[in-house]
Write a protein that binds this ligand. Structure first.
Ligand code: ADQ
Length: 467
């Protein structure tokens, strides 16, 4: 089966968060199952594109208020485990960032160029898999735009990685979408705006979320799309994300200070912790708590300053925070450094290598998320022998069980300062019960969250549409 994944992000080409991780791994595991799975994404001017060779496979022009020329480039070496196609629109997408505050034309152009290329291929795809709202208009255009008539019977799947962002724009831009039967314009609309995510939910053959629990939650909290998701629930299913167990393997991870396996976990984690604590002026003898992520409300980032301040009161733990986002929260987190020097530090920014070291160095990983469609960080933490402390939402509920309930992590019931602070207090007691803590560390490293099972679940879903 020939499958094209269409996405704004894909690791290692361009990653802002978990979407990049998923699209960078899922096709690889689908190819392992014998499918032919590739990725189509925008060409950005970044380190990856500047240091790799590409070959042009197609050139075209489309109209988006004015004409735009584009090329489809493919990566020459095949080290990724899947074919990669980059949509290069120099006048629209040639940037060193993935997202900006004005992306309507950028991602519309990306989707149109993608379909202009796909529609003229000798061998049509068996299935098109769209990720998030940046590819959300593709199911509509494939089904309704005259120019893509040849693709109208090709099944489409859309995966919602994050239902908060929907890509809305005004009806004054409807003419930018390649001509279609105007009586079908309602398929683009939600609450008087053109809403790419809503349109994808209406038009795709199947809709998936990245965990089963998130699918249920969206029916009651989906940033305005609740009714639509309830109405379309017959074609919706939650499939839990996996992790790329080649990229995220403490025994081979080239970013780590010292590699380790189940047998050497104690000395391996110690070496990474010592390096990190030296680098960031923390005490390696204390339990180390980490946060890694985007500093936005969904992740509960606004709660962190107070949770940290409460938890550092007794000076019996170390905390390391890696993240960026809301500038007010960044400032508050940085300000705390003076008060808790030697016990707390931050790295404001994005740093892939430091993230890997931190998963390895930390004893606990904090995720007080308000919304967490799946969450990958808790799964990376488990693989690196780090205990996740998470709010009981979305995929976190599907993947973490509590230590007081025969589980292996700490769950709290609500994204609040009180719940987050109390979970840390419980975790310190757990850490001090060192035999139990060590046994638990061995147990969590053995939990298998690799993509194998989930990649198969997607393939089964595709087959149900094709056969
Ligand atoms: N400052 C920083 N430096 C280095 N690395 C950083 C970083 N900030 C974040 N990361 C990395 O980005 C990724 C974050 O992934 P998540 O799945 O937790 O969240 P995200 O909200 O981006 O993804 C959305 O999509 C994914 C994929 O479906 C869902 O799991 C998730 O719930 C949903 O919100 C991890 O690989 C993490 O290590």
């Amino acid at each position: 089966m020939t499958i094209f994944h269409i996405s704004a992000e894909c690791y290692p080409i361009a990653k802002v968060g978990g979407l990049g991780d998923v699209v960078g791994a899922l096709p690889k595991y689908q190819n392992k199952l014998g499918e032919t799975s590739s990725v189509i994404m925008p060409f950005y001017d970044n380190k990856f594109t500047n240091t790799h060779d590409f070959e042009k496979v197609f050139s075209g022009r489309f109209n988006l208020g004015r004409p735009f020329a584009f090329d489809i480039l493919t990566l020459v070496d095949n080290t990724l485990g899947y074919d990669l196609y980059l949509v290069h629109i120099p006048d629209l997408l040639y940037t060193d960032y993935v997202y900006s505050s004005n992306d309507t034309e950028r991602f519309l152009g990306f989707q149109i160029a993608t379909l202009d290329w796909l529609v003229q291929l000798d061998q049509q795809p068996d299935l098109v898999h769209c990720h998030d709202h940046h590819a959300g208009l593709i199911p509509f255009m494939m089904a309704q735009s005259y120019a893509y008539h040849k693709l109208r019977r090709t099944p489409t799947v859309v995966t919602i990685h994050n239902g908060q962002y929907q890509g809305w724009f005004g009806h004054n831009k409807i003419h930018l979408i390649p001509p279609f039967d105007f009586s079908k314009a309602g398929l683009l609309d939600w609450k008087h705006l053109i809403n790419p995510l809503a349109s994808a939910i209406k038009c795709a053959w199947k809709v998936t979320t990245v965990s089963p629990n998130y699918m249920e939650e969206l029916k009651y909290a989906a940033n305005g799309l609740e009714d639509l998701l309830r109405y379309e629930s017959g074609k919706c299913v939650g499939i839990l994300n996996g992790i790329d167990d080649k990229v995220w393997d403490p025994s081979t991870d080239t970013d780590l200070i010292k590699n380790y396996s189940l047998k050497t976990v104690a000395s391996g984690k110690k070496a990474n912790k010592e390096w990190l604590c030296k680098e960031f002026n923390l005490n390696p003898k204390l339990p180390l708590f980490a946060f890694i992520g985007r500093l936005v409300d969904e992740k509960g980032a606004d709660l962190l300053p107070e949770i940290f301040n409460n938890s550092l009161y007794h000076k019996n733990i170390s905390i390391m925070m890696l993240g960026s986002g809301d500038t007010g929260v960044e400032q508050q987190l940085d300000d705390l450094k003076q008060q808790h020097a030697g016990f707390y530090n931050t790295y404001i920014g994005y740093n892939e290598r430091l993230a890997h070291i931190l998963y390895a160095a930390a004893d606990f990983l904090l995720m007080p998320s308000r919304v967490e469609p799946c969450g990958l960080n808790q799964m990376y933490a488990l693989r690196y022998g780090t205990v996740p402390i998470v709010n009981k939402v979305g995929g976190l509920k599907d993947t973490v069980a509590d230590i007081d309930n025969n589980g292996f992590g700490a769950l709290h019931d609500g994204a609040t300062v009180q719940e987050g602070s109390f979970a840390i207090y419980r975790a310190i007691n757990f850490y001090n019960d060192s035999d139990r803590f060590k046994k638990n560390r061995n147990l969590i490293m053995k939990i298998d969250h690799s993509w194998d099972a989930s990649a198969q679940a997607y393939v089964n879903l595709y087959n149900s549409l094709i056969l």
